[in-house]
Design a protein around this ligand. Structure first.
Ligand SMILES: NC(=O)c1ccc[n+]([C@@H]2O[C@H](COP(=O)([O-])OP(=O)(O)OC[C@H]3O[C@@H](n4cnc5c(N)ncnc54)[C@H](OP(=O)(O)O)[C@@H]3O)[C@@H](O)[C@H]2O)c1
Length: 360
């Protein structure tokens, strides 16, 4: 009998975790059992936990005791048992998995290139998370970029969305773009995308002192400043802020410093999730949350089915190859490895030029 190992976190206290082992349930007609091969873990996944209640991330892989939740991760899995006529054992899928060894899925829409998990509890959740790519049907798939894809695809696809969104809005009238938490991979992807534009705004990266050198070494930002020095940003130039940090103090100081020249802030991330209180200097009326799945849905309507994926994949592929110059992927296996990756990222101890890929 198959045993499922699952890494759970307390929803209201993310540093409390437990490992649960339980027998896999008997498959019903139409269900398949996926064995999660390995997955990436970055600050993005911690954010899923931080906003799990607000945005619904706990709903993907619910736990009976509602105090506990399972954080979703991006990775690969192989079908090891099937009671579905069109999904065979051996099928390999890329997509959104629980931090667990296995997932029982109920494939709904089946296309040559992807399947959707139609489990009833996922019906109202964004489609981008319910779709799984059938990688063996991808032309040229050989697994050589699996690790890059797990770590970077969801982040760089967001970077591509951000570039597309900002450009579509004529940079909100700004000629400088400021990115707090500039060492995060989503920020770096955004910098790659912006640097590829014909007439890009200048880029200012804000980071912590320990990551300054790594951010400077990328040579992507025109200026790199630490949070302590953010008042050195040129306040005479109109600016747009793409914020990965969610840091109330940083944003408040930046908004006060820029005043009317703070044209727009896109609130993308929460890497500094324990400093998320916005103070009186934060300009709410020119700030808005950015949700990549929402932008993808909009572009799917504008451009037609599959076109966003095509453009994002082309961008990701090129940027991922460039990222091999600086990114070290730390690969480990076993329950202890999963716990180690989680604690390391949660506590901000993973160096900016590294990322974890782990599996049970
Ligand atoms: N809205 C959306 O649709 C969307 C989509 C994708 C990603 N995101 C968000 O973008 C953010 C970046 O994700 P990522 O996976 O790219 O991050 P990442 O590469 O893992 O980011 C690492 C960096 O984040 C900062 N950091 C991480 N943990 C920290 C901690 N505990 N304390 C202080 N600083 C910490 C540090 O940067 P500094 O020292 O430079 O601050 C660190 O170098 C996440 O919040 C993620 O949810 C949002």
């Amino acid at each position: 009998m198959t045993t499922i190992s699952e890494f759970q976190v307390r929803k209201d206290k993310l540093d409390e975790t437990r490992l649960i082992e339980r027998p896999a349930p008997a498959l019903q007609n139409g269900e398949v059992l996926a064995k999660v091969d390995r997955f990436a873990f970055t600050a993005n996944n911690v954010t899923y936990g931080v906003v799990g209640e607000r945005i619904g991330y706990w709903k993907f892989f619910p736990v009976e005791d509602e105090c506990w939740g399972v954080i979703p991760v991006w990775g690969f899995a192989d079908i090891v048992a099937s009671r579905h006529p069109d999904i065979a054992v051996g099928e390999r899928l890329y997509g959104y998995w629980p931090m667990a060894s296995h997932l029982v899925m109920a494939p709904g829409k089946i296309k040559h290139e992807r399947i959707a998990d139609a489990a009833p509890h996922r019906a109202d959740l964004p489609p981008v998370y319910n779709n799984y790519q059938r990688v063996n049907n991808e032309p040229g798939y050989g697994g050589k970029m699996d690790d890059d894809r797990m770590v970077l695809f969801p982040l760089y696809a967001t970077s591509f969305c951000l570039y597309d969104f900002l450009k579509d809005n004529d940079w909100f009238g700004a000629n400088q773009l400021i990115i707090p938490s500039a060492s995060s991979k989503t920020a770096i992807g955004t910098a790659y995308a912006i640097k590829g534009d014909d007439a890009p705004p200048s880029l200012v990266g804000l980071t912590s002192p320990r990551n300054r050198q790594a951010v400077e070494a990328l040579a992507l930002y025109d200026t790199v400043l630490t949070y302590d020095d953010l008042e050195q940003v040129d306040a005479d130039r109109p600016a747009v802020i793409v914020d990965m940090s969610g840091n109330g103090d940083v944003l408040g100081r930046l908004h006060k410093h820029l005043g009317d020249n703070m044209r727009y802030t896109s609130n993308v991330g929460l890497t500094h999730f324990d400093a998320n209180e916005m103070g009186p200097d934060f300009i709410r009326e020119r700030s808005a949350m950015f949700f990549a799945p929402g932008h993808i849905q909009k572009r799917t309507q504008d451009w037609g089915l599959g076109e966003f994926e095509k453009r994002a994949a082309a961008f990701w592929h090129e940027a991922a190859l460039k990222s091999r110059d600086w990114l070290t992927i730390r690969k480990e296996t076993g329950c202890d490895a999963v716990t180690r990756a989680y604690e390391n990222v949660l506590n901000g101890k993973t160096p900016a030029d590294s990322a974890w890929v782990v599996g049970f």
